[in-house]
Write a protein that binds this ligand. Structure first.
Ligand code: MN
Length: 193
């Protein structure tokens, strides 16, 4: 079975000026495509060939893990955005954020700080466990919290290729601006699903 790159659910210029069409062209069109192409080559004729992507991520390591996880992480990242999504969470997720972090603003601040604090390339994650508890975590390189038994619900990419064309070295500005395009309806669906 070959993995295919899903088409984005919005136009290439829909997330501007937060994420420019050029960044989407390179980040999704070239970087993400390369991870999927490499993944397909690595699994061909192996025990991983017919596994779902999540199973490959939890069972592999090295180059295969890196490409499988990066393939999954980027789809998760790009499919949480919308130019006209829900700007704030509601329901159970809103309650849990306020219970654990005091307010949505304080949660965003801690999430951004975790992203700024990653040395080198990686991802800042919000995940949940089977009790609905929330966890902010820093993942280096391709790391994904599903390998620790958690369910990811939100992620910001802090590899330089995610922001350098639009923000140059200003990672903190990029992370802060991403909230403008996060569709909280999608994050809530992931939390409750
Ligand atoms: Mn990336």
């Amino acid at each position: 079975m070959k993995f295919t790159q899903p088409k984005l659910p919005y136009a290439q210029d829909a997330l501007a000026p937060v994420i420019s069409p050029t960044t989407i062209e390179f980040h999704y069109g070239k970087h993400e495509k390369a991870y999927i192409d490499t993944l397909n080559k690595l699994i061909e004729g192996t025990e991983y060939e017919d596994m779902p992507l999540e199973e490959i991520i939890t069972k592999s390591d090295g180059k295969l893990f890196n490409n499988a996880s990066q393939a999954w992480n980027h789809i998760f990242y790009f499919f949480q955005f919308s130019p006209d999504g829900f700007k704030e969470p509601s329901g159970k997720l809103r309650e849990q954020i306020e219970k654990q972090y005091g307010s949505l603003e304080e949660f965003k601040k801690q999430f951004e700080e975790a992203g700024v604090g990653i040395f080198g390339s990686g991802w800042v994650w919000l995940s949940t466990d089977s009790n609905g508890q929330l966890f902010i975590s820093q993942g280096k390189n391709a790391e994904n919290p599903m390998t620790q038994g958690l369910k990811p619900i939100l992620v910001f990419d802090v590899w330089e290729h995610a922001y350098y064309l639009d923000y140059q070295n200003l990672r903190a500005s990029y992370l802060h601006k991403l909230w403008d395009i996060v569709d909280w309806a999608i994050i809530e669906m992931r939390y409750e699903g």
